[in-house]
Write a protein that binds this ligand. Structure first.
Ligand code: SD4
Length: 291
């Protein structure tokens, strides 16, 4: 059977390349997702994920991550977790539990320590400097504190037809302590069903979660929408609904992959993403909003 993988933003290129090599050899989608995301988490210059992630308003790095297995519907997530090297691995570990699958803050950290997850100070000097510069500009009143944030979201299909999805992010730059976005929320930041396909989101979590957008994309694929249409349709319906209610919507980008390995994108901003399959090595593509 075919394998395929898709991820949000240029930052996942190296991770997708690593994961693609694994899928090529018959590796599992679940391992591919974790491998790709760990690569992004570990790279200090990808500034909104893992090590080197963007700090909250107190200059603390609080991370969110989630993992879902599309065969079993196992789901695990962490939010507001500090100083754990790989939040995605912690989320995947939690997905194996029957209860307590989504842990936040101190509880997530305690679970990580008990299960011997590697600790690491996730605040880099570079992130601290960025925070200081931004704080100065925000105080001067000429910059929004929340601009400049991204999530790595990955959906993978392996040669046995299994699918998995994962997300990892530091969330909004200068967010309130304890703020959680869509990324660790099942159905909002990610969703996957191996019988249908999977999806992941990036953008303003406060809006994405209101539309349960990853679930919506998968639901539309289940209804028969091709992936090329499903992601844009889910986004357009949501944008229409919000506009009918007189609500503003922030940046939203959605990726999806179906069980045949076909992919799709929906976005209301310029958005880079990465795809790979058995015919094409990992490549970065650019999507623009529909007119
Ligand atoms: C969040 N959705 O925490 C994430 C941030 C993000 O592009 O993906 N920004 O709301």
């Amino acid at each position: 059977m075919k394998w395929a993988i898709i991820g949000t933003w240029r930052m996942c290129l190296e991770g997708v390349q690593k994961a693609a090599a694994l899928l090529e050899k018959g590796g599992k989608a679940s391992d591919a997702v974790e491998t790709a995301i760990k690569e992004v988490e570990d790279f200090p210059f990808y500034k909104s994920v893992g090590y080197g992630g963007l700090p909250n308003e107190h200059c603390e790095v609080e991370l969110d991550a989630a993992f879902m297995d599309g065969d079993t519907f196992s789901f695990g997530a962490v939010a507001g977790v500090r100083d754990i090297k790989n939040p995605i691995s912690l989320a995947r570990r939690l997905s194996r539990e029957r209860f307590n699958i989504f842990l936040v803050g101190q509880g997530a950290e305690e679970f990580a320590h008990k299960n011997l997850f590697q600790r690491q100070n996730m605040l880099t000097e570079r992130a601290k400097t960025m925070w200081e510069i931004r704080m100065k500009k925000v105080r001067e009143g000429n910059l929004s504190p929340y601009d400049g944030h991204d999530t790595v979201g990955i959906v993978a299909l392996d040669t046995l037809g299994s699918m998995s999805a994962g997300t990892s992010t530091s969330g909004l730059f200068m967010k309130k302590r304890g703020r959680v976005g869509d990324s660790p929320l099942c159905g909002a930041g990610l969703y996957v069903d191996s019988d249908v396909g999977g999806a992941a989101a990036t953008g303003l979590g406060e809006d994405i979660m209101k539309g349960c957008l990853s679930y919506e994309v998968v639901r539309l694929m289940e209804e028969g929408y091709a992936p090329e249409k499903a992601a844009s349709e889910a986004l357009n319906r949501f944008l229409k609904k919000m506009s009918d209610k007189g609500r503003k919507v922030g940046a939203i980008s959605l990726i999806c992959l179906d069980k045949e390995g076909r992919w799709g994108i929906g976005t209301n901003v310029e958005f880079s993403f990465v795809v790979a399959d058995e015919e094409n090595g990992a490549k970065v593509l650019l999507a623009r909003p529909e007119k």
